[in-house]
Design a binder for this molecule. Structure first.
Ligand SMILES: Cc1cc2nc3c(=O)[nH]c(=O)nc-3n(C[C@H](O)[C@H](O)[C@H](O)COP(=O)(O)O)c2cc1C
Ligand SMILES: CCCCCCC(=O)C(=O)O
Length: 368
């Protein structure tokens, strides 16, 4: 097992050896505004909690005397070779965690040989992230705005900058009620800005997250709540990139995604930040995988904190899992090194779990 050295301020007794340690460390480093925004779930946070605990209901069946002298975690995802089935989920405003923000997170994914997904709502621009991590496999997460011209410009910029897939988020047309943000009056500090939006556009935005009225107003005024399945045809008409639909929780919607030409689905409930009382992400996997029956690759995110969580999601049919908060905690801990540490911990735990289960990825995962 490997772990990067702790930052100088860490003592041996506080060395980070699992994602829970990173979470505790980040809590101590970030301010109330940021901790609230990063860690909150919607309403009573039932789904937030169940996303994590649901993995405990699944049990592994280890096989004995399998040659595990080499556990290979590499695979091909949408035509790109990646080093492991663990990637970085999109999360907004990463400079709240560390001044290097999205660029550090993308560099960590590049160094680890895995996929980085950049949020529409990022504090570093599409072009900055592309320049920071030119060799990383990069996906661009898209929120469709009421202003379709602005949306199209972002898609074109992502394609031009070398992003290789679009991740269309379909579970945030209204904004989940996160009590911490309401209580803290969450807003972006004045030294940060939403880097993918034109200055001219932002000037006209009512309720900007950079002003005083907060995040929920921004979403309400900017995101397109009328978005529906037929809009996938519009999106596909303005890009050559595959469109992965993020926020699928039912087999019915997985089939609709396939019918409307999606290149894959991401089973996700947005880390419990949108519809509280929604089923846990890992519990939604099996029916989605069964309905699609190999028509599309299935990815997932939500509550992944250990290598054994990853192997369970793979066994239930995910080709790859993505992590959101663990990367933010890593960034807060030590910038790029901390983000790399989060991925290293999960990778090494996954390798151990695979070895102890006598499993190989070729038997578990789905190449695509
Ligand atoms: C602070 C934060 C910001 C997020 N921002 C976005 C976003 O901009 N776009 C998006 O599609 N999902 C966003 N998500 C959801 C993640 O992509 C992902 O679905 C979720 O974090 C997975 O759960 P996990 O944090 O338990 O790994 C965000 C999540 C967090 C925690
Ligand atoms: C400033 C608007 C924030 C948009 C939403 C980012 C996000 O998806 C989240 O979960 O938060």
């Amino acid at each position: 097992m490997s772990a990067l050295p702790a930052p100088p301020s860490q003592t041996m007794s506080s060395v980070v050896c699992c994602i829970d340690d990173l979470e505790r460390s980040a809590l101590a480093r970030l301010d109330k505004n940021t901790n609230g925004y990063y860690n909150a779930g919607a309403d009573a946070e039932q789904t937030l909690k169940e996303n994590v605990t649901a993995y405990q209901r699944y049990r592994l069946r280890p096989r004995a005397l399998v040659d595990i002298s080499h556990v290979d975690l590499t695979q091909t995802v949408l035509g790109h070779r990646v080093s492991m089935p663990i990637g970085v989920a999109p999360s907004a405003m990463q400079k709240l965690a560390h001044p290097d923000g999205e660029c550090a997170n993308a560099r960590a994914a590049e160094a680890m040989g895995t996929i980085y997904t950049l949020s529409t709502i990022s504090t570093s621009s599409i072009e900055e992230v592309a320049a920071a991590a030119p060799k990383a496999v990069k996906w661009f997460q898209l929120y469709v705005l009421k202003n379709r011209d602005m949306t199209q410009r972002m898609v074109e910029r992502a394609e031009r900058a070398g992003f290789s897939a679009l991740v269309l988020t379909v579970d945030a047309q209204m904004f989940g009620k996160r009590l911490a943000d309401v209580r803290n009056g969450f807003k972006l500090p004045p030294h940060l800005s939403l880097a993918n939006f034109d200055e001219e556009y932002k000037k006209n935005v009512k309720g900007s997250v950079e002003q005083s009225s907060g995040i929920s107003h921004f979403v309400t005024s900017q995101f397109d709540p009328s978005l529906c399945w037929t809009d996938l045809a519009w999106l596909r008409s303005i890009t050559k990139l595959p469109v992965l639909v993020k926020g699928i929780m039912t087999p019915e919607d997985a089939l609709l995604a396939a019918e409307h030409g999606a290149g894959g689905v991401i089973v996700s409930n947005h880390g419990g930040r949108q519809l509280d009382g929604c089923l846990a992400a890992v519990d939604a996997l099996r029916p989605v995988v069964a309905a699609l029956a190999g028509r599309l690759p299935v990815f997932m995110d939500g509550g992944v904190r250990r290598g054994t969580d990853v192997i369970k999601a793979l066994a239930l049919g995910a080709q790859m899992v993505f992590v959101g908060r663990p990367m933010l905690w890593g960034l807060a801990y030590d910038g790029q090194r901390g983000a790399q540490l989060a991925l290293t911990l999960l990778r090494d735990e996954l390798r151990l779990a695979m070895g102890l289960c006598g499993e190989q990825l070729t038997a578990l995962g789905r190449e695509g």
